[in-house]
Design a protein. Structure first.
Length: 251
């Protein structure tokens, strides 16, 4: 089939249908030099492929509202393959996740279930890349008036279970502190908690990240802490203290 180069296609006209026929029909858009700002739409193998390039560098695919202003950006797939939802494009550090959500006024993410279909709204999987299978390791469940944040705890996933260990001694090593968050500025108020790098020596499973770590851009890569992981230590300590009180009362 002979190909015809068309300049200014569709300007000032109404086109009802455009049909392209070839093995892999492709629409290519370039600047006047034909080497920069290249974008293509290609239909192949039952899929629509969208690509973008800025010279020799990978480009970005950006979706905007009608007026196309910067603040009206709704979604972007950047050159690193991350899908960014919300205005202003990427906001995270270089090692941020594959999906970033942002909002200028309302909640950045809403998750819901029908009243007649309550239960698991979100599930988290550990993926086995060798066979592309996933094991559920956590979930977020909703009931009629509450939400449960679950991590896997099935006995069939555990081994070397022991109930004989000293919780009181370990608990005394924790250093609860009061502090203010720097990001809250002058309006900051004291809150209670732990410093992650201190807690990691007592409950390492509760702490993520490394002390003083930075990302590829030299920004703080902060440690995190899951306070729920401290609960078994607290419960076991209470049980040990209760046993000592009973022993003293019956002595």
């Amino acid at each position: 089939m002979a190909l015809t180069k068309v300049t200014g296609f569709g300007i000032g006209t109404i086109v009802d249908n455009v049909v392209m026929t070839s093995d892999d029909p492709t629409i290519t858009m370039t600047d006047s030099s034909g080497t920069n700002d290249i974008a293509t739409l290609q239909a192949t193998g039952g899929a629509l492929i969208v690509t973008a390039r800025d010279g020799s560098a990978d480009g970005e695919i950006i979706f905007k509202k009608t007026d196309g202003s910067t603040t009206d950006e709704t979604m972007r797939i950047n050159s690193a393959g991350k899908c960014l939802l919300g205005p202003y494009g990427a906001f995270g550090a270089a090692n941020s996740t594959a999906l970033d959500l942002s909002s200028t006024g309302n909640a950045a993410l809403g998750v819901g279930r029908n009243d007649n279909d309550l239960g698991s709204c979100v599930r988290f999987f550990k993926i086995n890349t060798s066979n592309n299978t996933g094991t559920i390791v956590g979930s977020i469940n909703v009931a009629s008036s509450s939400t449960a944040y679950n991590t896997s705890s099935d006995y069939r996933l555990k081994t070397s279970v022991s109930y004989d260990w000293d919780a009181t001694t370990r608990l005394k090593q924790l250093k609860p502190a009061r502090f203010k968050w720097i990001s809250d500025g002058e309006s900051a108020e004291f809150v209670d908690g732990f410093l992650a790098h201190e807690a990691v020596t007592v409950v390492p499973e509760a702490v993520s990240g490394d002390k003083d770590a930075v990302d590829a851009d030299g920004n703080i890569d902060p440690q995190g802490m899951d306070y729920s992981k401290v609960v078994p230590l607290l419960v076991k300590t209470i049980q040990e203290l209760e046993a000592r009180i009973v022993a003293l009362e019956t002595a």
